[in-house]
Design a protein around this ligand. Structure first.
Ligand code: NIG
Ligand code: FE
Length: 405
Protein backbone atom coordinates (compact mmCIF):
# COMPACT_ATOMS: atom_id res chain seq x y z
CA UNK A 1 0.00 0.00 0.00
CA UNK A 2 1.23 3.51 -0.83
CA UNK A 3 1.21 6.41 1.57
CA UNK A 4 -1.90 8.11 2.91
CA UNK A 5 -2.01 11.75 3.95
CA UNK A 6 -4.68 12.91 6.40
CA UNK A 7 -4.42 16.68 6.22
CA UNK A 8 -5.76 19.83 7.86
CA UNK A 9 -7.04 18.03 10.99
CA UNK A 10 -8.56 20.70 13.21
CA UNK A 11 -8.05 18.80 16.49
CA UNK A 12 -5.82 15.74 16.57
CA UNK A 13 -6.12 14.18 20.03
CA UNK A 14 -2.86 12.24 20.13
CA UNK A 15 -2.94 10.94 23.73
CA UNK A 16 0.86 10.98 23.65
CA UNK A 17 0.94 12.01 27.31
CA UNK A 18 -1.37 9.13 28.19
CA UNK A 19 0.97 6.66 26.48
CA UNK A 20 3.99 8.16 28.25
CA UNK A 21 2.29 7.69 31.64
CA UNK A 22 1.00 4.25 30.62
CA UNK A 23 -2.56 5.28 31.33
CA UNK A 24 -2.29 6.26 35.02
CA UNK A 25 -2.88 9.52 36.91
CA UNK A 26 -4.11 11.40 33.86
CA UNK A 27 -4.82 15.11 33.50
CA UNK A 28 -6.08 17.23 30.61
CA UNK A 29 -2.62 18.05 29.24
CA UNK A 30 -1.96 14.33 28.69
CA UNK A 31 -4.38 14.50 25.75
CA UNK A 32 -1.62 16.32 23.83
CA UNK A 33 -4.03 17.86 21.32
CA UNK A 34 -2.38 19.13 18.14
CA UNK A 35 -4.21 21.68 15.97
CA UNK A 36 -3.94 22.15 12.20
CA UNK A 37 -2.17 18.84 11.98
CA UNK A 38 -1.51 16.18 9.35
CA UNK A 39 -0.73 12.49 9.62
CA UNK A 40 1.18 10.32 7.14
CA UNK A 41 0.84 6.53 7.30
CA UNK A 42 1.47 3.48 5.16
CA UNK A 43 -1.50 1.42 6.37
CA UNK A 44 0.55 -0.39 9.00
CA UNK A 45 2.10 2.43 10.94
CA UNK A 46 2.12 6.16 11.34
CA UNK A 47 5.23 7.61 9.69
CA UNK A 48 4.85 11.30 10.47
CA UNK A 49 2.63 13.62 12.55
CA UNK A 50 3.03 17.38 12.52
CA UNK A 51 1.81 20.78 11.42
CA UNK A 52 0.12 20.76 8.02
CA UNK A 53 2.48 23.47 6.80
CA UNK A 54 5.52 21.30 7.55
CA UNK A 55 4.73 18.08 5.67
CA UNK A 56 8.08 16.79 4.34
CA UNK A 57 8.33 17.12 0.55
CA UNK A 58 9.91 13.72 -0.04
CA UNK A 59 6.64 11.80 0.64
CA UNK A 60 4.59 10.71 -2.39
CA UNK A 61 0.93 10.16 -1.51
CA UNK A 62 -1.39 7.64 -3.06
CA UNK A 63 -4.36 8.91 -1.04
CA UNK A 64 -5.00 12.39 0.36
CA UNK A 65 -7.94 13.03 2.70
CA UNK A 66 -8.89 16.53 3.73
CA UNK A 67 -10.05 16.67 7.36
CA UNK A 68 -10.71 20.38 7.70
CA UNK A 69 -13.05 20.95 10.64
CA UNK A 70 -12.60 17.37 11.92
CA UNK A 71 -11.59 15.79 15.20
CA UNK A 72 -9.30 12.78 14.99
CA UNK A 73 -8.97 10.38 17.92
CA UNK A 74 -6.99 7.16 18.23
CA UNK A 75 -9.38 4.47 17.04
CA UNK A 76 -12.03 3.61 19.58
CA UNK A 77 -11.85 0.13 21.11
CA UNK A 78 -14.68 -1.86 22.66
CA UNK A 79 -12.69 -4.17 24.94
CA UNK A 80 -15.64 -6.17 26.32
CA UNK A 81 -18.62 -7.53 24.38
CA UNK A 82 -20.64 -10.73 24.28
CA UNK A 83 -22.07 -10.06 20.83
CA UNK A 84 -22.58 -13.57 19.50
CA UNK A 85 -25.92 -14.69 20.89
CA UNK A 86 -29.37 -15.80 19.80
CA UNK A 87 -32.74 -14.45 20.89
CA UNK A 88 -33.32 -11.50 23.18
CA UNK A 89 -34.33 -10.94 26.80
CA UNK A 90 -36.75 -8.03 26.52
CA UNK A 91 -39.25 -9.97 28.66
CA UNK A 92 -36.67 -10.20 31.46
CA UNK A 93 -35.99 -6.49 31.20
CA UNK A 94 -39.71 -5.88 31.71
CA UNK A 95 -39.71 -8.28 34.69
CA UNK A 96 -36.87 -6.25 36.21
CA UNK A 97 -38.70 -2.98 35.63
CA UNK A 98 -41.62 -4.56 37.44
CA UNK A 99 -39.54 -5.49 40.48
CA UNK A 100 -37.63 -8.77 39.87
CA UNK A 101 -33.87 -8.71 40.25
CA UNK A 102 -31.25 -10.00 37.78
CA UNK A 103 -30.22 -12.60 40.36
CA UNK A 104 -33.83 -13.83 40.94
CA UNK A 105 -34.46 -14.18 37.21
CA UNK A 106 -31.20 -16.09 36.76
CA UNK A 107 -32.00 -18.39 39.71
CA UNK A 108 -35.34 -19.33 38.13
CA UNK A 109 -33.71 -20.48 34.87
CA UNK A 110 -33.67 -17.17 32.99
CA UNK A 111 -30.59 -15.01 32.54
CA UNK A 112 -27.58 -16.42 30.73
CA UNK A 113 -29.25 -19.85 30.55
CA UNK A 114 -32.22 -18.53 28.60
CA UNK A 115 -29.86 -16.98 26.04
CA UNK A 116 -27.95 -20.28 25.98
CA UNK A 117 -31.15 -22.09 24.95
CA UNK A 118 -31.80 -19.60 22.15
CA UNK A 119 -28.16 -19.70 21.03
CA UNK A 120 -27.98 -23.48 20.99
CA UNK A 121 -31.12 -23.58 18.85
CA UNK A 122 -29.71 -21.28 16.16
CA UNK A 123 -27.56 -22.56 13.31
CA UNK A 124 -24.03 -21.23 12.88
CA UNK A 125 -24.71 -19.27 9.73
CA UNK A 126 -27.65 -17.31 11.20
CA UNK A 127 -25.68 -16.61 14.37
CA UNK A 128 -22.78 -15.39 12.28
CA UNK A 129 -24.99 -13.13 10.13
CA UNK A 130 -26.41 -11.50 13.24
CA UNK A 131 -22.95 -11.03 14.70
CA UNK A 132 -21.72 -9.44 11.45
CA UNK A 133 -24.55 -6.88 11.60
CA UNK A 134 -23.56 -6.07 15.19
CA UNK A 135 -19.87 -5.67 14.37
CA UNK A 136 -20.71 -3.49 11.35
CA UNK A 137 -22.77 -1.18 13.54
CA UNK A 138 -19.84 -0.71 15.93
CA UNK A 139 -17.45 -0.13 13.04
CA UNK A 140 -19.74 2.54 11.55
CA UNK A 141 -19.39 4.47 14.80
CA UNK A 142 -15.59 4.44 14.59
CA UNK A 143 -14.71 1.38 16.67
CA UNK A 144 -11.54 -0.25 15.28
CA UNK A 145 -11.01 -3.15 17.69
CA UNK A 146 -13.65 -5.31 19.36
CA UNK A 147 -13.25 -8.05 21.91
CA UNK A 148 -15.90 -10.77 21.56
CA UNK A 149 -16.46 -13.37 24.27
CA UNK A 150 -18.02 -16.76 23.67
CA UNK A 151 -20.14 -18.20 26.48
CA UNK A 152 -23.75 -18.59 25.38
CA UNK A 153 -23.38 -22.19 24.26
CA UNK A 154 -22.29 -23.96 27.45
CA UNK A 155 -21.88 -27.37 25.80
CA UNK A 156 -18.83 -28.60 24.04
CA UNK A 157 -20.48 -28.50 20.61
CA UNK A 158 -22.20 -25.17 20.97
CA UNK A 159 -19.18 -23.42 22.53
CA UNK A 160 -17.08 -24.81 19.66
CA UNK A 161 -19.62 -23.33 17.24
CA UNK A 162 -19.31 -19.88 18.90
CA UNK A 163 -15.50 -19.90 19.02
CA UNK A 164 -15.45 -20.91 15.36
CA UNK A 165 -17.73 -17.97 14.47
CA UNK A 166 -15.57 -15.52 16.42
CA UNK A 167 -12.46 -16.94 14.74
CA UNK A 168 -14.03 -16.45 11.30
CA UNK A 169 -15.05 -12.89 12.16
CA UNK A 170 -11.49 -12.22 13.30
CA UNK A 171 -10.08 -13.52 10.03
CA UNK A 172 -12.62 -11.72 7.81
CA UNK A 173 -12.59 -8.33 9.56
CA UNK A 174 -8.77 -8.23 9.64
CA UNK A 175 -9.00 -7.66 5.87
CA UNK A 176 -11.16 -4.59 6.53
CA UNK A 177 -8.80 -3.15 9.15
CA UNK A 178 -11.01 -4.09 12.10
CA UNK A 179 -9.30 -6.07 14.82
CA UNK A 180 -11.42 -8.76 16.47
CA UNK A 181 -10.16 -10.29 19.69
CA UNK A 182 -11.35 -13.82 20.43
CA UNK A 183 -12.03 -14.51 24.11
CA UNK A 184 -13.08 -17.98 25.24
CA UNK A 185 -15.66 -17.76 28.01
CA UNK A 186 -17.30 -21.15 28.27
CA UNK A 187 -17.01 -20.48 32.04
CA UNK A 188 -19.87 -17.99 31.77
CA UNK A 189 -22.56 -19.97 33.62
CA UNK A 190 -23.13 -23.53 34.79
CA UNK A 191 -25.42 -25.20 32.24
CA UNK A 192 -28.63 -26.85 33.52
CA UNK A 193 -27.23 -30.31 32.70
CA UNK A 194 -24.72 -29.76 35.52
CA UNK A 195 -27.17 -28.37 38.08
CA UNK A 196 -26.40 -25.41 40.23
CA UNK A 197 -23.53 -26.71 42.27
CA UNK A 198 -21.47 -28.69 39.79
CA UNK A 199 -19.28 -25.95 38.39
CA UNK A 200 -16.23 -28.10 39.08
CA UNK A 201 -17.43 -30.99 36.90
CA UNK A 202 -18.47 -28.64 34.09
CA UNK A 203 -15.02 -27.05 34.29
CA UNK A 204 -13.25 -30.41 34.03
CA UNK A 205 -15.54 -32.05 31.50
CA UNK A 206 -16.32 -29.18 29.12
CA UNK A 207 -14.39 -25.94 29.68
CA UNK A 208 -10.87 -27.37 29.95
CA UNK A 209 -11.02 -30.08 27.23
CA UNK A 210 -12.55 -27.63 24.75
CA UNK A 211 -9.91 -25.02 25.58
CA UNK A 212 -7.31 -27.65 24.84
CA UNK A 213 -8.96 -28.46 21.51
CA UNK A 214 -9.49 -24.83 20.41
CA UNK A 215 -5.93 -23.87 21.30
CA UNK A 216 -4.53 -26.31 18.75
CA UNK A 217 -6.24 -24.67 15.80
CA UNK A 218 -5.05 -21.30 14.54
CA UNK A 219 -8.57 -20.16 13.58
CA UNK A 220 -10.06 -20.85 17.01
CA UNK A 221 -7.09 -20.39 19.33
CA UNK A 222 -8.34 -17.87 21.91
CA UNK A 223 -6.51 -14.58 22.43
CA UNK A 224 -7.82 -14.61 26.02
CA UNK A 225 -9.82 -16.75 28.40
CA UNK A 226 -12.44 -15.27 30.75
CA UNK A 227 -14.51 -16.55 33.69
CA UNK A 228 -17.55 -15.24 35.56
CA UNK A 229 -16.48 -15.30 39.21
CA UNK A 230 -19.61 -14.81 41.25
CA UNK A 231 -21.85 -16.73 43.68
CA UNK A 232 -23.92 -19.34 41.79
CA UNK A 233 -21.52 -19.16 38.84
CA UNK A 234 -17.81 -20.02 39.27
CA UNK A 235 -15.55 -19.88 42.33
CA UNK A 236 -11.86 -19.43 42.97
CA UNK A 237 -11.11 -23.12 42.97
CA UNK A 238 -12.68 -23.45 39.49
CA UNK A 239 -10.63 -20.44 38.41
CA UNK A 240 -7.42 -21.96 39.79
CA UNK A 241 -7.87 -24.93 37.46
CA UNK A 242 -8.66 -22.71 34.48
CA UNK A 243 -5.81 -20.23 35.06
CA UNK A 244 -3.36 -23.10 35.49
CA UNK A 245 -4.38 -24.46 32.07
CA UNK A 246 -4.10 -20.99 30.54
CA UNK A 247 -0.51 -20.81 31.77
CA UNK A 248 0.20 -24.22 30.28
CA UNK A 249 -1.29 -23.15 26.93
CA UNK A 250 0.32 -19.72 27.15
CA UNK A 251 -3.01 -17.87 26.86
CA UNK A 252 -3.56 -14.76 29.00
CA UNK A 253 -6.74 -14.57 31.06
CA UNK A 254 -9.31 -12.13 32.38
CA UNK A 255 -12.08 -12.35 34.96
CA UNK A 256 -15.55 -10.88 35.58
CA UNK A 257 -15.44 -9.89 39.25
CA UNK A 258 -17.59 -8.19 41.90
CA UNK A 259 -20.46 -7.45 39.48
CA UNK A 260 -23.20 -8.60 41.86
CA UNK A 261 -21.44 -8.35 45.22
CA UNK A 262 -18.01 -7.88 46.77
CA UNK A 263 -16.36 -11.29 47.13
CA UNK A 264 -12.69 -10.34 47.16
CA UNK A 265 -12.47 -11.76 43.66
CA UNK A 266 -10.79 -8.66 42.23
CA UNK A 267 -7.84 -9.09 44.59
CA UNK A 268 -7.77 -12.82 43.89
CA UNK A 269 -7.76 -12.35 40.08
CA UNK A 270 -5.11 -9.61 40.22
CA UNK A 271 -2.85 -11.79 42.34
CA UNK A 272 -3.44 -14.68 39.96
CA UNK A 273 -2.06 -12.55 37.11
CA UNK A 274 -5.19 -11.54 35.16
CA UNK A 275 -4.52 -9.18 32.24
CA UNK A 276 -7.75 -7.36 33.06
CA UNK A 277 -10.59 -7.56 35.55
CA UNK A 278 -14.06 -6.53 34.50
CA UNK A 279 -17.07 -4.91 36.25
CA UNK A 280 -15.83 -4.30 39.85
CA UNK A 281 -19.08 -2.57 40.86
CA UNK A 282 -18.72 -3.69 44.47
CA UNK A 283 -14.93 -3.95 44.84
CA UNK A 284 -13.55 -2.74 48.16
CA UNK A 285 -10.52 -0.67 49.13
CA UNK A 286 -8.23 -3.66 49.69
CA UNK A 287 -8.97 -5.01 46.21
CA UNK A 288 -8.61 -1.56 44.65
CA UNK A 289 -5.18 -1.20 46.23
CA UNK A 290 -4.05 -4.52 44.79
CA UNK A 291 -5.31 -3.48 41.34
CA UNK A 292 -3.49 -0.14 41.56
CA UNK A 293 -0.21 -1.86 42.45
CA UNK A 294 -0.43 -4.27 39.53
CA UNK A 295 -0.29 -4.11 35.74
CA UNK A 296 -3.82 -5.54 35.50
CA UNK A 297 -6.21 -3.19 33.70
CA UNK A 298 -9.56 -2.51 35.36
CA UNK A 299 -12.39 -2.62 32.80
CA UNK A 300 -15.45 -0.64 33.85
CA UNK A 301 -18.80 -1.42 32.25
CA UNK A 302 -21.02 1.48 33.26
CA UNK A 303 -23.65 0.59 30.65
CA UNK A 304 -24.32 -2.53 32.73
CA UNK A 305 -24.71 -0.52 35.94
CA UNK A 306 -27.23 1.70 34.08
CA UNK A 307 -29.08 -1.25 32.55
CA UNK A 308 -29.24 -3.24 35.81
CA UNK A 309 -30.03 -0.17 37.90
CA UNK A 310 -26.99 -0.79 40.09
CA UNK A 311 -24.55 1.63 41.60
CA UNK A 312 -21.56 2.68 39.51
CA UNK A 313 -18.09 1.23 40.09
CA UNK A 314 -15.90 3.26 42.50
CA UNK A 315 -13.97 4.75 39.59
CA UNK A 316 -12.66 7.84 41.36
CA UNK A 317 -11.19 5.83 44.23
CA UNK A 318 -9.58 3.49 41.69
CA UNK A 319 -8.10 6.28 39.61
CA UNK A 320 -6.79 8.16 42.62
CA UNK A 321 -5.17 4.97 43.88
CA UNK A 322 -3.34 4.73 40.53
CA UNK A 323 -5.33 2.09 38.66
CA UNK A 324 -5.48 2.23 34.92
CA UNK A 325 -9.05 1.96 33.77
CA UNK A 326 -10.67 1.03 30.49
CA UNK A 327 -14.37 1.20 29.63
CA UNK A 328 -16.18 -1.42 27.53
CA UNK A 329 -19.81 -1.72 26.47
CA UNK A 330 -20.44 -5.27 27.81
CA UNK A 331 -22.97 -5.47 24.96
CA UNK A 332 -25.05 -8.61 25.67
CA UNK A 333 -28.74 -9.56 25.71
CA UNK A 334 -29.20 -9.58 29.48
CA UNK A 335 -27.23 -7.13 31.57
CA UNK A 336 -26.51 -4.44 28.95
CA UNK A 337 -28.37 -4.31 25.67
CA UNK A 338 -26.45 -1.20 24.60
CA UNK A 339 -23.62 -1.38 22.10
CA UNK A 340 -22.34 2.20 21.88
CA UNK A 341 -19.15 2.26 23.94
CA UNK A 342 -18.32 5.91 23.23
CA UNK A 343 -21.76 7.12 24.26
CA UNK A 344 -21.64 4.90 27.35
CA UNK A 345 -18.29 6.46 28.28
CA UNK A 346 -19.26 10.11 27.79
CA UNK A 347 -22.61 9.66 29.56
CA UNK A 348 -20.90 8.02 32.53
CA UNK A 349 -18.22 10.67 32.92
CA UNK A 350 -20.14 12.94 35.32
CA UNK A 351 -21.28 10.03 37.52
CA UNK A 352 -17.96 8.20 37.52
CA UNK A 353 -16.24 11.57 38.07
CA UNK A 354 -13.73 10.85 35.33
CA UNK A 355 -11.98 13.68 33.50
CA UNK A 356 -11.71 13.97 29.71
CA UNK A 357 -8.27 12.33 29.53
CA UNK A 358 -9.45 9.44 31.72
CA UNK A 359 -12.59 8.90 29.63
CA UNK A 360 -10.82 9.05 26.26
CA UNK A 361 -7.97 6.81 27.35
CA UNK A 362 -10.54 4.35 28.77
CA UNK A 363 -11.91 3.71 25.27
CA UNK A 364 -8.55 3.92 23.47
CA UNK A 365 -5.14 3.52 25.14
CA UNK A 366 -6.19 1.63 28.27
CA UNK A 367 -8.68 -0.48 26.33
CA UNK A 368 -5.76 -1.43 24.06
CA UNK A 369 -3.72 -2.40 27.12
CA UNK A 370 -6.58 -4.63 28.29
CA UNK A 371 -6.38 -6.42 24.92
CA UNK A 372 -2.57 -6.44 24.66
CA UNK A 373 -2.54 -4.21 21.58
CA UNK A 374 0.55 -2.15 22.37
CA UNK A 375 0.50 0.09 19.29
CA UNK A 376 -3.19 0.99 19.43
CA UNK A 377 -4.80 3.84 21.33
CA UNK A 378 -2.45 6.76 20.68
CA UNK A 379 -1.23 8.77 17.69
CA UNK A 380 2.51 8.93 17.32
CA UNK A 381 5.18 7.84 14.84
CA UNK A 382 5.20 4.03 14.99
CA UNK A 383 1.65 3.57 16.30
CA UNK A 384 -1.07 1.75 14.34
CA UNK A 385 -3.02 4.07 12.03
CA UNK A 386 -6.50 3.00 13.09
CA UNK A 387 -8.27 6.25 13.86
CA UNK A 388 -11.75 7.49 14.72
CA UNK A 389 -12.67 10.51 12.61
CA UNK A 390 -15.52 12.89 13.46
CA UNK A 391 -16.34 15.51 10.82
CA UNK A 392 -17.80 18.96 11.37
CA UNK A 393 -17.50 18.95 15.14
CA UNK A 394 -15.08 19.63 17.99
CA UNK A 395 -13.86 17.60 20.97
CA UNK A 396 -16.04 19.65 23.30
CA UNK A 397 -19.11 19.03 21.14
CA UNK A 398 -18.39 15.29 21.12
CA UNK A 399 -18.64 15.22 24.91
CA UNK A 400 -21.48 17.71 25.17
CA UNK A 401 -23.97 16.41 22.62
CA UNK A 402 -25.74 13.37 24.01
CA UNK A 403 -28.24 13.18 21.18
CA UNK A 404 -27.31 12.41 17.60
CA UNK A 405 -28.71 15.65 16.22
O1 NIG B 1 -20.91 -9.24 31.69
N1 NIG B 1 -21.49 -11.23 33.84
C1 NIG B 1 -21.57 -12.07 33.00
N2 NIG B 1 -21.86 -11.86 31.73
C2 NIG B 1 -22.61 -10.76 31.29
C3 NIG B 1 -24.06 -10.97 31.54
C4 NIG B 1 -24.60 -11.80 30.50
C5 NIG B 1 -26.08 -11.97 30.51
O2 NIG B 1 -26.83 -11.57 31.43
O3 NIG B 1 -26.48 -12.56 29.50
C6 NIG B 1 -22.08 -9.50 31.92
O4 NIG B 1 -22.80 -8.75 32.59
FE1 FE C 1 -19.41 -9.27 30.44
Amino acid sequence: MGLTLLKNIKECVTLQGVAKKQGRHLIASDLCIMNETSIVHDGNQILWVGKTGQIPHNFVFEIEIDLTNSVVLPGMIDCHTHLVFGGDRSHEYFMRLNGSTYEEIAASGGGILSTANATRAMDASSLKQQAIARVDRLAERGVVAIEIKSGYGLTRDSERKLSQIIGELKRDYAKKGIKIINTYMAAHAIPPEYGNSRSHDYMLEVVIPLLDELSQNSLTRPDFVDIFLEDNYFNQSDANILFQKCSEFNIPFKAHVDELKNSGNLKYAVESGAISCEHMLYSDEVSIKSLAQSDTVGVLLPGTAFFLGKKMAPARAMLDAGCRLAIGSDFNPGSCHWDDVFKIAIMSAPTLKMNVAEILSAVTYNAAQALELPNYGFIEVGSTPRLSIFRDTSLQQLFYRWSNT
